[in-house]
Design a protein around this ligand. Structure first.
Ligand code: GAP
Length: 452
């Protein structure tokens, strides 16, 4: 666990705001909830979609050397033998025979040596009830076929990467890409985590955005450095504060890795700096193993060099949910408003990331203002997500949008119906400018364009 951060712990406030305003709900809440599984509400789904769209744009659309893929979650069971997950994707686990709780063996709260009489359960306090550590595989198993007993065991994928490896030649041959090139995909992954928690930080069902860049052996180190820098730049481009982001090289390497570094974000409080993305030099481990287990050649033929080889892979692997959480934490602030007694809560998202781009408000419900406001709203809605609100005092309507991070507040007032202009309020500076209603779309579009 990281040391306590200089940034405040806003997690509890965020969980409450996220539920109240429709970002994120606990899964199956009316049944008491499902442990560490979350549902994205109307605003959450827009926010996470913006994250995924920005990733897809940066990694696939804006490049000619990366192709997209959407592989299935269910794969041949041999995939997970070849990848090493059946044998090695495990955490050592300890059970308390008294209170039935489970702990990871490296849980610092455990006192003594589990399996011996002196060991003490950190929850119920009983002595001698902790089992010896045993390995627990994190993959979810299910059955393929109508009759459970005779059906094949298949796994819910614990990472999206293997779908890319097994399609390496399909993609390379169908697109005629030459090395170096990459394959990118976004998709669900599942891990039966022993110690999930911290809201959507570590969950059992989550989305990954992974890219495998296939390179000639010997050039892998330079590509690794390149991708480390690119990925850090991407996180900054979303508006994550540069002084809350850092690299963390791995001291202990996974079985497949030649080099690895995390990009960490400072989540504040006792959570502090934690991984949001991993960049790994996976060598030829994965393609080599799939070649061995499938019996199919997964080599690349470099025509100009007249050389055949199994490419090395530089992987970038980032969680869509964890990035969404980082954006929420990064954006949350409470502040005083000059000249007002009540403070306000703001989610200061970069406009390109904000789930709603503008609130549209008729100042009062008369004198042609609602009609004009509806026309403005209908016109803007064709271009981006907006929210129409004619309920309550205008100050309160502004506050409601500040709290969900809407960058612009558009008010149709008495002057609007006379001269066709509206006021546009900036969420952060609180400044208001008058803009002609027929220029609004361009005005907002210019200001919500991503910072690339
Ligand atoms: N293919 C490599 C791989 O899966 P990882 O470090 O295990 O690497 C990559 O995962 C990213 O996926 C993490 O940096 C994190 O953002 C996200 N991730 C992993 N496990 C997660 C979980 N249980 N809940 C939410 N996100 C998770």
């Amino acid at each position: 666990m990281a040391s306590v951060s200089a940034h405040p712990d806003v997690m509890e406030k965020l969980v409450s705001l996220a539920k109240r305003r429709g970002f994120i709900f606990q899964s199956s809440e009316i049944y008491g909830g499902t442990g560490s599984v979350w549902d994205y509400g109307p605003l959450g789904v827009e926010l996470k979609k913006n994250v995924k769209d920005r990733w897809w744009h940066a990694m696939v659309r804006a490049r000619d050397d990366i192709e997209g893929l959407d592989a299935a979650i269910l794969m041949h069971p041999r995939v997970w033998e070849a990848s090493g997950h059946v044998a090695g994707f495990t955490d050592p686990l300890i059970d308390c025979r008294n209170c039935k709780r489970r702990f990871r063996a490296d849980d610092p709260a455990i006192k003594g040596t589990p399996g011996t009489p002196d060991a003490q359960c950190p929850v119920c306090g009983s002595k001698g009830t902790l089992s010896e550590p045993r390995l627990f595989n994190l993959m979810f198993k299910t059955f393929m076929g109508p009759v459970e007993e005779s059906a094949a065991i298949v796994y819910l994928r614990p990472e999206t990467a293997q779908g890319i490896f097994v399609n390496f030649l399909n993609v390379q041959q169908s697109t005629r890409q030459k090395i170096p090139f990459g394959i990118a995909q976004i998709g669900k992954a599942f891990r039966n985590e022993i110690t999930p928690g911290n809201f959507i930080f570590r969950t059992r069902e989550f989305e990954q955005m992974e890219m495998q860049f296939f390179v000639e052996p010997g050039t892998d180190e330079e590509h690794f450095e390149y991708w480390k820098a690119q990925r850090m730049e991407w996180h900054r481009s979303l508006g994550l504060a540069p002084d809350r982001l850092r690299y963390k090289p791995h001291e202990q390497l996974a079985h497949y890795a030649r080099a690895a570094a995390d990009i960490e974000f400072d989540f504040g409080g006792s959570l502090g700096y934690q991984e949001i993305e991993g960049i790994h030099n996976r060598s030829d481990f994965d393609l080599g193993r799939h070649q061995e287990y499938s019996g199919k050649k997964l080599e690349y033929f470099d025509q100009p060099k007249n050389r055949r080889y199994i490419p090395y892979v530089i992987e970038t692997s980032v969680g869509a949910d964890r990035t969404t959480l980082a954006l929420l934490v990064n954006a949350y602030r409470e502040e005083e408003v000059p000249g007002e007694t009540e403070g306000r809560t703001v989610l200061g998202f970069a406009p390109s990331i904000a789930p709603i781009k503008a609130g549209v408000f008729p100042l009062v419900k008369k004198d042609g203002m609602p009609e004009m406001a509806e026309n403005v709203a209908n016109d803007l809605r064709r271009a981006f997500p907006i929210f129409y609100d004619d309920g309550g005092a205008i100050g309160r309507r502004y506050r409601r949008q500040d709290e969900v991070g809407t960058p612009f507040g558009i008010t149709i007032d008495g002057q609007s119906t006379q001269d066709g202009t509206v006021t546009v309020r900036d969420r952060d500076t609180l400044q208001q400018v008058r803009v002609a209603a027929d220029q609004l779309r361009g005005y907002i579009a210019e200001r919500i364009a991503p910072n690339e």
